[in-house]
Design a protein around this ligand. Structure first.
Ligand code: NAP
Length: 535
């Protein structure tokens, strides 16, 4: 089973000992002693550290990473190796991680490491530490064939484990790293990780693909390498303990995407429904080419079991173009809105994924309509002829206007930029009016589709309080904060209100149902969002 290894980067031995205890409590299978992070080399402190390491319930790995490969040790190689020799004498250390390039550079170093690690070059019959031979490319990911070549070459050196960590320039680099892992694992214990935000999939899916280990930070802000995730996030948010070879993979594609709430809500939903799946944030750079390169890469790798994605800014229009190019299916209203936020992937028979089927949907309008109907305690068909004021003419307003017009509402759009309101109104058979007129408009329902009132600008509101009295329902799509100034003032004037969380949860629930064919655990999803917002 893939070990979850916490990198200990304390600057003193005492701090590392405390962190080791915290890592054990957090459920780490292994710790990495990053000896290069120590401020000074104090032999008595090191002995204390080794004493503590011998009591660690899991395995212990020691590294003294050189600066050229992303570490902090800029000492002479002889000094660096002597430190590893020192700790390597202790039974507390199970693995030594040493750089392939340094091993290749000097027969003397090769011999010393062999003596510590008892590789095939060392004296027979002496059980020693095991050797992890590693290579770190801290600037960029080399081509895929170089990744495989390097793993094979390290394997030929007699390493017990081979490890490759490269900075991912894009998520496609991360796919190449997953390829390298998939290729190497049957031959030897392997670690292959992509560094940086785009590399997150390699850290979490390491377990699915049977890697030797994946690293985690003890806590946020204490990452030992770019893109490392805390152990709490790995185990809590990304379902590390539940991941296995058959786990299906979903995610949210966007840029930026790191702060998306979707991984929390979807992973909680999969856990509550007992579904073997994980959902990850997937940073895909802006532009159709970047989106198409990632999605094509996903379809060509059916062994990743990627079955669907949420798609957010800036890729919602480009998703339709991609699905059309693959001769996939686009839901009619998503086609009319000209934006989709959900991709469903049905695998085919071909090993290269050539016959996989893709389809695109827009669940924003469904989420908004369901939330609105719940607020009015009515069915969508009861909405016919209801006068609705939509504030805003951006992406969210577009989906809402399309949905409302589909059910026969009389929609008037109010937007700061009048041209955009008029263009949207003309497209969907609605009216457009200057934003100042909204307070006097006879709408029974007011929907805020602008970003006004969103954190941190929480004192802003798109409508003065006098424009709210007498409206049966005010619906704000902004969900952070949950109670916006608009909703608070509406409630104080006796209006029923619907918050943005209701829409967010329902659009996510619709995605869950499209992917799994099962009813979404909506209460769990809502509770997860509320918990995250209150945190
Ligand atoms: P968008 O395409 O950028 O549109 C933003 C809209 O807000 C435009 O109509 C813009 O008017 C208006 N606006 C921005 N600043 C304004 C200001 N200072 N005064 C007046 N109007 C202003 O963004 P979007 O994708 O539609 O998202 C809008 C909001 O919807 C987000 O902020 C988010 O809170 C919410 N949302 C909610 C959910 C959910 O599930 N609940 C999902 C997605 C988004 P102009 O045209 O004049 O620029």
């Amino acid at each position: 089973m893939t070990r979850l290894c916490v990198s200990l980067t304390g600057s003193t031995c005492r701090r590392m000992i405390e962190d080791m205890q915290a890592a054990a409590a957090a459920g780490a299978d292994m710790v990495e002693l990053r000896l290069d992070c120590l401020d000074e080399w104090d032999p008595s402190g090191i002995d204390m550290l080794l004493g503590a390491a011998s009591r660690f319930p899991g395995e212990v790995l020691a590294t003294c990473r050189r600066a050229a490969e992303g570490g902090h040790c800029d000492e002479d190689e002889t000094v660096r190796v002597s430190r590893l020799e020192h700790v390597g004498l202790s039974d507390a250390i199970d693995y030594i991680d040493f750089e392939y390039e340094s091993l290749r550079a000097s027969p003397n170093i090769r011999q010393k490491i062999a003596l510590v690690c008892g590789s095939r070059h060392g004296p027979a019959g002496r059980p020693k530490r095991k050797l992890i031979l590693s290579k770190h490319e801290i600037e960029a990911t080399p081509p895929w064939y170089t990744l495989r070549f390097t793993l094979d070459a390290m394997g030929r050196e007699g390493a017990d484990v081979v490890k490759l960590a490269c900075r991912a320039g894009s998520i496609v680099d991360a796919l190449h790293m997953l390829d390298a892992l998939h290729y190497s694992v049957p031959a030897r214990p392997t670690v292959a990780l992509a560094m940086g935000e785009a590399g997150l999939i390699t850290r979490v899916l390491a377990r699915k693909l049977g890697a030797f280990l994946s690293f985690a930070a003890l806590e946020e802000g204490r990452e030992a390498a770019p893109g490392q995730v805390s152990i709490e996030r790995m185990r809590g948010l990304y379902r590390w303990d539940a991941i296995g070879p058959e786990t299906r993979v979903y995610g949210v594609i966007g840029c930026p995407v790191a702060h998306s709430m979707s991984p929390a809500i979807m992973n909680a939903a999969f856990a509550a429904a007992g579904i073997d799946a994980v959902y990850l944030p997937l940073r895909v750079e802006p532009g159709f080419e970047a989106l198409a390169a990632f999605l094509t890469g996903v379809l060509r790798r059916p062994w990743l079991h990627m079955r669907g994605f949420s798609v957010t800014i800036p890729h919602k229009q480009d998703l339709l173009r991609f699905v059309d190019r693959r001769d996939g299916v686009v839901e009619p209203l998503a086609r009319r809105i000209a934006a989709a936020n959900t991709l469903v992937i049905e695998p085919g028979e071909h090993l290269d994924g050539a016959d996989a089927k893709v389809s695109a949907y827009n669940t924003d309008y469904r989420g908004a309509l369901e939330a609105l109907c719940e607020g009015l305690a009515c069915r969508p068909e009861d909405l016919r002829d209801t006068p609705v004021a939509v504030l805003g003419a951006g992406g969210v307003s577009r989906a809402i206007v399309a949905g409302l017009r589909d059910w026969g509402c009389r929609v008037t759009i109010f937007n700061r930029t009048r041209d955009k309101a008029e263009a949207l109104a003309a497209e969907f058979g609605a009216q457009a009016r200057p934003i100042e007129d909204c307070a006097r408009h006879d709408a029974r329902v007011v929907v805020n589709g602008t970003s006004l009132g969103m954190w941190p600008d929480v004192d802003a509101s798109p409508l003065p309080p006098e424009g709210l009295a007498g409206r049966p329902l005010v619906f704000d799509t902004v969900y952070n904060p949950m109670e916006t100034r608009l909703l608070r003032e509406a409630r104080e004037r006796g209006c029923a209100t619907v918050d943005g969380v209701a829409m967010f949860v329902r659009q996510a629930a619709a995605q869950f149902e499209l992917w799994t064919g099962r009813p979404a655990p909506i209460d769990t999803m809502r509770a997860t969002v509320i918990e995250r917002l209150s945190a």
